[in-house]
Design a protein around this ligand. Structure first.
Ligand code: HEC
Length: 166
C-alpha cells in the first residue's frame, strides 16, 4: 500500500524552527512599546531616593498615590516614608507576574515602563490622565533602578554596574 505524504510536508517541517523564532509572544519579557528615548539625558551616577525620586512622586502622583482620598490607586502608596517599601521588589497589585521595581533592571520594572512607554503590561501610562513626566525625571527613575534602587543615600557601591547610555 502506498502511503501518501503531503508534498509540502518536508518544507513545513523545515520551516518550523523559523516559525517558532518569529512567534512574537515572549512571556518573560515585559511588554513595553512606544517608549520615549532617554538617550539624550546624561547618566546620573548618584541618585538619592529621598532627594531625587520622592519629590517626583510628591509633585506628579498627587491625589492618586500621594495624598489620596480613601485608598491609594492600585494599592500603591507613594507617600513618604512608605513609598520605597511599596516599590522595591513588590509585585503589582493587578498582575502578580509583574514586579514594580526589579533592582538593577529598569526594563523589567513595571514602574519605569509605566512612566516611559505608551503601551505597557497592565493599565495605562502614568501619571494617569496627565502629561508624561519630563525626560530628565524618567531618566532619574531609570538610573536609580539601574543603581539597584537603593532606599536612601549614595549608590557608590553600585557604580560598577553603570554603563554609558546611548
Ligand atoms: C489620576 C490618578 C493617578 C495619577 C496622577 C497617577 N496614577 Fe498611577 N495608577 C492610577 C490607577 C487608577 C492605577 C491602576 C490602573 C493602571 O495601572 O493603569 C495606577 C497604577 C500605577 C502603577 C501600577 C501599580 C500596580 O501594582 O500594578 C504604577 C507603578 C503607578 N501607577 C505609578 C504612578 C506614578 C509613579 C505616578 C506619578 C508619576 C502615578 N502613578 C500617577 C492612578 C494614578
Amino acid at each position: 500500500m502506498k502511503i501518501r505524504v503531503p508534498r509540502r510536508l518536508p518544507a513545513l517541517l523545515l520551516a518550523l524552527p523559523v516559525l517558532a523564532q518569529a512567534w512574537p509572544y515572549d512571556a518573560a519579557a515585559p511588554l513595553a512599546e512606544q517608549c520615549d528615548s532617554i538617550d539624550s539625558v546624561p547618566m546620573r551616577q548618584h541618585v538619592n531616593y529621598n532627594e531625587d525620586i520622592q519629590p517626583i512622586w510628591s509633585t506628579r502622583c498627587a491625589n492618586c498615590h500621594v495624598d489620596w482620598g480613601k485608598f491609594p490607586s492600585a494599592d500603591l502608596d507613594l507617600n513618604p516614608p512608605n513609598s520605597w517599601f511599596f516599590l522595591y521588589n513588590e509585585h503589582s497589585s493587578q498582575d502578580s507576574a509583574l514586579v514594580r521595581v526589579v533592582p538593577n533592571q529598569p526594563w523589567s520594572s513595571l514602574l519605569f515602563t509605566k512612566l516611559n512607554c505608551e503601551v505597557v503590561d497592565v493599565g495605562v501610562r502614568m501619571p494617569r490622565g496627565r502629561t508624561p513626566i519630563p525626560l530628565n525625571e524618567q531618566a532619574l527613575v531609570h538610573d536609580w533602578i539601574l543603581a539597584g534602587a537603593p532606599e536612601a543615600g549614595d549608590d557608590t557601591i553600585f557604580r560598577a554596574r553603570f554603563e554609558i547610555r546611548g
